[in-house]
Design a protein around this ligand. Sequence first.
Ligand code: MRU
Length: 339
Amino acid sequence: MSELTAVAWDGDAVRYLDQRLLPHEVRYGRARTADEIATAIETLAVRGAPCIGVFAAYGVALLRRTIADDGTFAAAVRRVRQSRPTAVNLAWAVDRVTAAADPLEEANAIHAEQVAVDAAIAEHGLELVAKGARILTHCNTGPLATAGGGTALGVILAAQRGGKKPRVFVDETRPLLQGSRLNYLELQAAGVDALLIVDSAAALAMKEQEIDLCIVGADRIAANGDVANKIGTYGLAIAAAHHGIPFYVAAPRSTFDLTIRSGAEIPIEQRAAGEVAAFAGARAAPEGAAVYNPAFDVTPGHLVTAFVTEYGVLRPPYVESIPTLEFRPAIGTLSSAHR
Ligand code: MRU
């Protein structure tokens, strides 16, 4: 497991682990054109908000080397930038690399920063996890999802390394099973006591399994604390509030979109019907079934107990604590353009 590398610069291509094939098969792909980069993101071969950002950063650095004409380069960058709409890390990383004097140096800096930021998130999150804590989590937020050490799962993995021996209830995360395929894989590799549950068992687990806290990641967080994350997160937050269980969101500064005031402004990706109407290649609904398949939902900030960021734990009122992020110095290795 530990040898898995989510994304890496590979000279004339960006190398990526095809996460669609896990846990059955470890296969790497090489993206060289805007189409190949965007397709890897659209198809979820590369996924997880920070990981998409790092991959796209290398992608734009590569395109700057291979496309001489400025107009053609701008069109290629647009293709990559628009490949998924909800995770703000994508546009953030693409814009940073596009504006940089040395695009590859900037992409390397974004990747190195992600590693440092994830380590800081894990350290700050530890204060929320007691010894033997029973934790419920959703989707995949580990190293595969960030190209660093992970966000929400990074906190859990740090708790395990620190001897806290958490017990983790892992939502399978329908429809594409990022929880059972990827989160469970990363937990298992770290020797964490993990129990896989179907998403619809989460509320009962909160009622009967003495869950101490929920912790999840995010794809975009508005200035008021509204959180877009993998579909199902909103329902978890409601169930947690009902049961009096703290609900934490772990995310880097790059996932906060301070240009939007609330979650109503977050574009929610709608995905293909086939992801729901079929399962493992076999039809799971009658031919022609109409499907509603939003990939993300928005959890209102008032349901979030606290945010774990690289700068520490942010508490309500979020309209006051979140905007302070704008003035924080960046963490990690910074390129000359952002020092
Ligand atoms: O559709 P995905 O798999 O890209 O969705 C991923 C999530 O929703 C994660 O929780 C989020 O990106 C945070 S990853 C640290």
